[in-house]
Design a protein around this ligand. Structure first.
Ligand code: SF4
Ligand code: SF4
Length: 201
């Protein structure tokens, strides 16, 4: 199958990082999840060398696979790397490679769709447990015909900012609402926009 531009860019970024990494193992040393993930007593350098094997060859030692699977995305390793490499990204690429090895394309696509639906359901449930319709509308969620997307300007007037929230912030909506409160206090006009409207109850 021909690689798409996104995949080519991803491959190029991965190759750059593999070139820059010296396999010093500092990122493994600093990582808070190596113990719970089951990396064991394998040396940090060997764990990182194993990540290279997974990314380049599609297969690697169990300790490196465990580290990649157990990554909790904290980002501690990024600051620890003296070469400016993003180890978290390399682990994500290792997980992609492992997924490619373990399931065929059709199953991976179905899994991706299922996982996305799971996230969407979580956003719907958690946001509705915390917010009423007016608050959802304020965050750009047009939940009924009656309510308009959150905006402090009249239709057709250009606001100072478009407040783009994505959807995941709706799991912790107090942060976005605080931001709107601050803009209100400053007299800044805005229009809230979300990645997709949440389903009406
Ligand atoms: S990513 Fe950075 S910290 Fe980790 S092994 Fe490579 S050079 Fe060292
Ligand atoms: S981002 Fe992942 S690999 Fe990096 S320190 Fe956090 S848990 Fe460890």
């Amino acid at each position: 199958m021909t690689e798409q531009p996104f995949e080519l860019a991803l491959s190029a970024r991965t190759a750059e990082m593999l070139d820059a990494c010296t396999q010093c193992g500092k990122c493994v040393e600093i990582c808070p999840v190596t113990g719970p993930a089951g990396v064991g007593d394998v040396t940090p350098k060997a764990v990182m060398a194993g990540v290279f094997d997974i990314v380049r060859l599609g297969e690697g030692p169990a300790a490196s696979k465990a580290w990649a699977k157990g990554c909790a995305l904290t980002g501690d390793c990024i600051a620890a790397c003296p070469e400016g490499v993003n180890p978290r990204f390399l682990l994500a690429m290792a997980r992609v490679t492992m997924a490619k090895q373990s399931t065929e394309l059709r199953a991976r696509r179905k899994q991706g769709i299922d996982n996305f639906r799971l996230v969407a359901d979580g956003v719907n449930v958690l946001s509705r447990m915390q917010l009423d319709d007016d608050e959802l509308a304020r965050l750009g969620q047009q939940v009924t015909d009656r309510l308009q997307n959150g905006s402090t300007v009249t239709p057709g007037v250009r606001p100072d900012f478009v407040f783009y929230t994505g959807c995941n912030v709706l799991k912790t909506p107090h942060m976005a609402l605080y931001a709107l409160d601050i803009m209100d206090a400053l007299g800044v006009t805005y229009r809230s926009w979300a990645v997709r409207p949440i389903a009406a109850a």
